[in-house]
Design a binder for this molecule. Structure first.
Ligand code: GLV
Length: 318
């Protein structure tokens, strides 16, 4: 019999599948994460954890929980997990790739469109009673049609984003650790250096994960290289951006705007200077948040747990 901890409320149908494997303890909250101490105590006797990005899975956890077999992370990214410690303690880690690709690309596209046509500003304008007449350049934005869009990170989500851009006749540039000639043929995307992508793009779209190579990649020098009418979109991870530098760049008019689904410290503090910039759009890390995709992510966690508990390799081991 397994002892399973689920750190967030999940639908009964998934909980029941886990109950077929053993005893399930679930933190019965949708929005409130388990406090760290509560989490460490609850994990101590468990063999299986189903966790979210809110949990830090570090050496302290592995030392506290010596019976663990698998930790299923309900995310494609796993920068919340110390993989070296996991390996040292012989614990399998799984993630949820593929199922969230299209959904996350769609949110990225929604952000790009919202920023390009200044939708939050326009909605506020009407709601604040400012709409008194039509003006030739009132809330004038920027076309995506025929624009140059630079994708930083041509993984699955980058490719799904590029597929959507084809319908807009955009010129697609990309930069990635390694060149992806298949994507170039299929999507008509051009591989460029990071600097060329930054200098030339109307829209710079970041879909890359957090790694030692990508952390703090977008600093003041990068924003200064961008066109002053460029829009920066981030659906990767917040720590790729030096946020003070982004704020400075927005204030100095070095770029035209940004749209971010991820920030360095989530949830964002209400006194964060980014929230004061009229040309910054921030959403609360909802890239994969459709009901279907969230169901599929939880199901993926359950399938990986079943794999390991029933003696098979986890299908999405990282
Ligand atoms: C979300 O950011 C994820 O990694 O799935």
């Amino acid at each position: 019999m397994e002892k399973i901890l689920v750190t967030r409320q999940i639908p009964a149908k998934f909980k029941q599948r886990l109950e077929a494997l053993g005893e399930v303890e679930m933190w019965d909250h949708h929005l409130t994460p388990m406090p760290r101490e509560t989490f460490l105590q609850a994990a101590a006797d468990k063999t299986v954890l189903l966790v979210t990005l809110s949990e830090q899975i570090d050496n302290a956890l592995f030392q506290q929980a010596p019976h663990l077999k698998i930790i299923a992370n309900m995310a494609v990214g796993y920068d919340n997990i110390d993989l070296v410690s996991a390996e040292q303690h012989g614990v399998v880690i799984s993630n949820t790739p593929h199922v969230l690709t299209e959904t996350t690309a769609e949110l990225g596209f929604a952000l790009m469109m919202a920023a390009s046509r200044r939708l939050p500003e326009a909605i506020d304008y009407v709601q604040d009673g400012q709409w008194e007449s039509w003006g030739p350049y009132l809330l004038a934005g920027k076309d995506i049609y025929h624009a140059k869009v630079g994708i930083f990170g041509m993984g699955e989500i980058g490719k799904a984003f590029a597929r959507r851009l084809k319908g807009f006749n955009a010129d697609i540039l990309y930069h990635n650790r390694s060149r992806n000639t298949k994507a170039e043929h299929e999507l008509g995307a051009f591989y460029t250096s990071f600097e060329t992508l930054i200098r030339e793009s109307d829209f710079v779209v970041c879909t890359a994960p957090s790694t030692p190579e990508t952390q703090n990649k977008f600093d003041r020098s990068v924003f200064q290289m961008m066109r002053d009418d460029a829009i920066f979109v981030n659906i990767g991870r917040g720590d790729l951006v030096v946020e003070e530098d982004l704020v400075e760049a927005l204030i100095a008019g070095e770029i035209a705007g940004c749209a971010l689904d991820v920030v360095r410290d989530e949830p964002i503090r209400m006194d964060h200077p980014l929230l004061k910039q009229p040309n910054a759009i921030i959403t609360p890390h909802i890239g994969s948040a459709t009901v279907l995709t969230r169901d599929q992510m939880i199901q993926t966690c359950v399938l990986n747990i079943e794999d390991v508990v029933q003696g098979r390799p986890a299908r999405n081991q990282v």
